[in-house]
Structures are given as C-alpha cells and as structure tokens.
Design a protein around this ligand. Sequence first.
Ligand code: GBH
Length: 441
Amino acid sequence: MTTAPMPDFPAGFRWGVSTSAYQIEGATTVDGRGPSIWDTFAREPGRIVDGSTGDEACDHHHRYAEDTALLAGLGVSAYRFSISWPRIQPTGAGPALTAGLDFYDRLVDGLLAAGVDPVATLFHWDLPQALEDAGGWLNRDTAARFAEYADVTAARLGDRVKLWITLNEPFIHMSLGHGMGVHAPGRVLLFDAFPVAHHQLLGHGLAVAALRARTASPVAIANNYSPVRPAGDSDVDRAAAAYDALHNRLFTDPLLGLGYPDAPGVDPTVVRDGDLDVIAAPIEVLGVNYYNPTGIRAPEEGSPLPFEIVPLDGYPRTAFDWPVAPDGLRELLLQLRDRYGDALPEIQVTESGCAYDDAPDAQGRVDDPERIAYLDGHVRAVHEAIGAGVPVTGYFVWSLLDNWEWAEGFTKRFGLVHVDYPTQRRTPKSSYAWFRDLVRR
Ligand code: GBH
C-alpha cells in the first residue's frame, strides 16, 4: 500500500458496499418464498466445495437491522443489495407476495433512516426454479417474466430506491452457469449458451421500460469486465480479440446501440426484429464490476474454445488465486471511454474486492492489511481514471460481510466485516475502519 495521502474525490462521489440476496439472507423457506436455481444446485452432490448451501448464509433476513447499523457505522452513502425474485414471485409469475416485499420495504426504510441510499439489484442469479423448469433464460418468455417482476417490485419500492440495477453480471451467469456449468443451473452448453445472453439483455430492456413507469430513479445494469492481457505467442491477437468480444463487449455493445459484436457463439437467428431497440433503451448508469484482468493465449489444437485462459505472472494473488492488478481497473475504465465515447453513460464501480483467509486473533481482532492494500490501489485507479476524463461517480466494495461465495461455499471471505458462521457474530475488520476513514474525509 502506498503511504501517499489519498487524493480528493469529486463532491457527491458515491461510496458504497454491495451484497446479494442468496449470499447473505438465509431464511429460504419463510413468508412463502419459492425455491431458486441456487437452492437446487447447492443440493446437488459435488457442486459446492464445502457441501454447504445458502439456507442460513449470514442470516441477514433476521439480522438486517444489525447489518444496517454496520452500514451506518461505516458511513457509506449507499448500500447495494439484491432482491430475491422467488421471495416476490415464488414461481416467477403472478401477483407479488406482500410478505416478500415487506422485508425489502423494512430494509429500505431502515437504510433511509440511517442516511444510506438503497441501491437495488433485481437479478443476482437466483432465478425461481419454476422458471428454470420451463427453460430458464434459454426460454425467451423469461425476459417477459423478468419485466413483470420488475414492475411489481418497483410498484412497492420505486419511490424510495435511489438506483435500480436490472441484472448482475449477465456474462458470468451465461458463462459459468450455462456455458461451463460451475454455477447454477449447471448447464454445459459452451457457446450454445448465447440465447441466455440475448434473453437476459432483452429482459433488461423490457425491465427498463417497466421501471420507467414506476420510478423516477436512475436505472443501471451491472456488468463484469476483465481487460485482456495477451500472453504472447503467435495467433494470440485473434484469441485475445475473441475473449475480449465475449467478456467485455457482448453485454455492452448492444446496450449502447451498437448491436452484437463478432463474438464466439453469437447466433443472429435468436435475435428478433425490434429486440436490439428494446435492449438499447437509454440507461443513466453503467455498473462496472471488476476483479482482475485475464491472461489469454492461443488455444491448443482441437480445443473447443478459440482462446485459452492462462494465469498472469508477476502479480500478488488473493485467496482465490486471482491476481491483484489495480492497473487493470484504470485500463478498463479508459478502454470503456475510448471504445464508447459519448455513448458511454456515467459509470459506477458496483463491485470491487478480494478474498483473504481472515480470522480473529487472540484479542478477537481481525486484521486484513492485504484487503486495505487491495482497496487502496483500486480506489487510486478510479481516481486516475476520473482525472483522465472517465465519468466515474461511485465505488462499491464487494462486500459488506463475509458471505456464501457460490461454488466456493463459505471458504472465501470478501467482507469488510468478518462473520463467524456458527454464532453469526459480526466483527468489523481493520479494512472496515480504513474504509470508514476514507469515506468520512
Ligand atoms: C462477482 O462475480 C459476483 O457478482 C458476486 O456475487 C461474487 O460474490 C463476487 O464477484 C466474488 O466472486 O482470474 O481466471 O481466476 C465475480 C465473477 C468470475 C470475477 C471469475 C473473477 C476470475 C477468473 N468472477 N473471475 S480467473
């Protein structure tokens, strides 16, 4: 970590932290909640490294008041959470469950009373299982169902949520959930997963229209980006361009009116007349989730993929083995500006963070200097991008709490706050104090 003083950010810059429903809420059977694809997937043997599920997670559904107090103590101006679709519509269709909405109503009011802007994501991967049984995002109808869910949710919360985010990381949901099968719903379709991209984007566009009718708040999508680092050999440029188109452009070019890029898997027969106009509905904010750059080299002969992902040398690594590369965040933000120019909306970094093996010491304190160094570097990268003219107006740390990390179960800790799962005791780490001091300035 550099010891230089942190430079000033523009007045009104939004500092926040992020979470998602299935990763923290628990209470998966209360108030009529239906099952989601993650309830199903986590129960399949061998899917989750420690055999756990999100049945209890951080028990946030019961402890939201305590967690709101942690947010107030942190002094953040915003909290990004996600709404569990199967709490609102247990089968993904039909009237909204009042009891399901009541929970988020209480959460939102508590946040506002604590001076924290509620930022709500509608879909963070927990699709109602009944929709999956009808084909999930491979089925075009799921896009229409998603817009209906957006409508009934915003009818209740639209007056108080300050920023609506339609989808979280549709690329990861397509690639890990439907391409490689390491996330729910566990399909292994490789590039035949393209309809999942198109139907999510179509659902996004239809949801934007539904939200406009219910709220005056700005609307966003949160995409995951990873700048590509060619790991030099012949043909690497073609491989790097293919991966870049897939990871960084497939979910952004059509949003910004450019149609689909020439990316592996794009199938024009899935795209109907008028779809691209729906998808390109103007949004106020582009959410950028960034973790690390990706090393790419040319594939081995006979590989089903037109690229090969390789580890990047020369960087420190997190407990997930992901490289720590704050320069990648600056590079990515500049690349978005250079690529999209005036079509680029305001950007908020909606996730940035890292996993380390944090544990309380003999005094019960949790010291996480690596996380402080990680965040310090990434916050400075954002500042440099702003200085270079990229319109970045917010930065959210992933995550407020240690939580249930998908296929990694409870084995990866991303929180500013340590959670002892057997007791659900919350202990702010030293990074919590560091971020509080940064925000306070
Ligand atoms: C996000 O996904 C999710 O939105 C969030 O729910 C999750 O808890 C959080 O990040 C932490 O994982 O360098 O080749 O090993 C992040 C998606 C996909 C980003 C894998 C980092 C590393 C690939 N991640 N990627 S590699």
